[in-house]
Design a binder for this molecule. Structure first.
Ligand code: 5GP
Ligand code: 5GP
Length: 227
């Protein structure tokens, strides 16, 4: 006969392992989205540079967004876990550089990062806590040098017009995965390269091919504005 305390321990272990098995991640993959500042700033929306200064002429992180394979996505999953700057204090300098805010009024980035955490980050807390969420996104930014991939293929942010297919294949060659390109329009109505979507597996650990792409339309020739 087992001692009652051993029985209780065994029951606790069984309960824990069942709970572990039933923890399913409530999303299928992440979109990792980067934005071209030139295409945010030359629109009717207009932009404001962050209080920390004009960002570099480089793609910046927009967000890391949990998503379902059917194209829908969860949002604002945990109001009890608001953005807490003290949890990412060692990342702030890098976030200012790689994840700059362009919205008006000018800010230091905290409003943008809080929004991304509250809306998207709280939906992947079972795999990435707040520090890991931001650290992982910054890691993918470094890993996927979009601007370098485009430049290598002769595609420069020079206000020129490039074929959408050449942009996609340049990123595919440089980064190793097929991107989704989101366009917006400049003040004259030209279709331009705005955001680049890549996909990450649902543990937030590696890039994968996207299971599904967002809907949207670019022209077959799009502008790559300067910044
Ligand atoms: P828009 O309507 O401008 O495309 O997107 C507005 C916001 O909705 C995005 O910045 C993002 O927060 C969210 N969003 C849009 N499309 C998707 C998507 O396919 N997946 C996820 N997870 N969020 C999206
Ligand atoms: P989404 O919901 O589209 O992920 O996030 C967009 C929200 O973040 C909007 O409320 C927008 O005003 C704010 N925001 C702050 N900075 C930026 C930025 O640099 N780019 C974009 N797209 N949105 C920003």
């Amino acid at each position: 006969m087992m001692k009652p305390s051993s029985v209780a321990l065994l029951q606790a272990l069984v309960a824990l392992s069942l709970a572990g098995l039933s923890v399913s991640k409530d999303f299928d993959f992440f979109y990792f989205v980067q934005q071209w500042p030139g295409s945010y700033c030359d629109t009717k929306q207009s932009c404001c540079y962050p209080t920390t200064g004009k960002p570099a002429a480089d793609f910046g992180v927009h967000g890391l967004w949990p998503n379902y394979n059917d194209g829908t996505y969860p949002s604002n999953c945990d109001s009890s876990a608001p953005f807490d700057q003290s949890k990412v204090s060692n990342l702030i300098t890098t976030m200012q550089k790689e994840w700059p805010t362009l919205a008006c009024p000018s800010g230091d980035g905290v409003t943008f990062w809080s929004h991304e955490w509250d809306k998207h980050g709280t939906c992947s807390e079972e795999v990435l806590d707040q520090h890991s969420y931001f650290a992982r996104a910054l890691g993918f930014k470094t890993q996927t040098n979009i601007l370098q991939a485009l430049k290598t293929a002769g595609i420069q942010p020079d206000g020129g017009s490039y074929s959408l297919s050449s942009i996609k294949s340049a990123i595919q060659s440089g980064v190793g995965y097929t991107p989704y390109i989101e366009c917006n329009t400049d003040e004259s109505g030209n279709s331009q390269l705005y955001q680049v979507y890549l996909c990450v597996d649902n543990s937030g650990s590696k890039l994968v091919e996207c299971p599904v792409f967002p809907h949207g339309k670019c022209g077959s020739q799009i502008e790559f504005p300067s910044f």
